[in-house]
Design a protein around this ligand. Sequence first.
Ligand code: RBF
Length: 344
Amino acid sequence: MRKAFAAALVLAALLFGACKKSENGVRIAVFIPGVRAGSAIYDMLASGVEEAVAEWQTAQGKPVALNVIEGGYNQASWEDEVTALAASGQYDVIISSNPSLPAIAADVLEKFPAQKFILFDGELSGNPSVYTLRYNQREQGYMAGYIAALVSEELGGASGQKRLGLVAGQEYPAMNNVILPAYLEGAKAVNVGYSVDFRVLGNWFDAQKAADLAQDMINGGARVILAIAGGANEGVLQTAAEKGAKVVWFDINGYALKEGVVVGSAVINQDKAAREKTLAFLDGTLPFGRAEYAGVREGYVDFIEDDPVYLKTVSEAARQKQSALLQKIRSDTTGAFLGSGVRE
Ligand code: RBF
């Protein structure tokens, strides 16, 4: 049934779309593997490409057609959806962001080898049709763990429980092998006694279940929780606000989302990356075939420490320590401190 549906999609795309490519200039598809609203990593992807397209059109006076397609939460359908986009022949490039996209793109390319892909938050090298940019999430996770533990120390006092929370939408290699261990490592740099209560939601949208998990973690002694569950993060914020717990935000600046509750923002500048790489594609200078890896020193991973809400919410002592960590990562040009990190 699924195969028949995919075949029908492909056929329809071939019949109706094949002759349109480049008739009116460059055509770009942004494939959101999920839903844009509530998932900052996807919203940054789309807005970065949108910015690049607007800039390029203004500067060059040439039209660029941009189509942003939401793939939805059914991950089993993503490959069919990307296949249909490639089969349509309508797009000079498909731009997306997810650790699972490189494998999907590689499969699609076996059938449609002319398709080009720009993929963020994933990694694939040596395929001449694919450019990838993966972020150093060891740095991102470590900075989140460090601030979480600094704040937890102040909330719990010297004898307080040394337990932090992490809610993830699902388990995946970058989470289990990079983000979670780095979060713990950062916390242990504050005090070796820290452990992480790691909870998995099973989806990226169920705010009620995320709220319940947060409640459970708080009951278990966690005072600070890192939220990496897309649209469901809202539930973590709500529970933390009600119970006097704190939240560390990931991917974007989250301080203003719940003033006084969000105590850290370890961010990825995916909007900047999407803008730059789309412009490079339009210029014809994007190095297809390459897998790039970038973090704090390259300007794609950061910790927001100049937000007035952060200044108000977090003690000066904790902020100074966090700032010193950021400086240490910035000046770690030899990779002696965090290095490039474990990537798998
Ligand atoms: N992150 C989100 O914010 N929203 C999502 O819908 C989402 N879906 C994902 C689906 C899969 C299969 C995988 C592997 C990851 C997903 N992520 C999602 C996590 C995302 O790739 C990234 O790890 C986090 O945003 C932290 O930077």
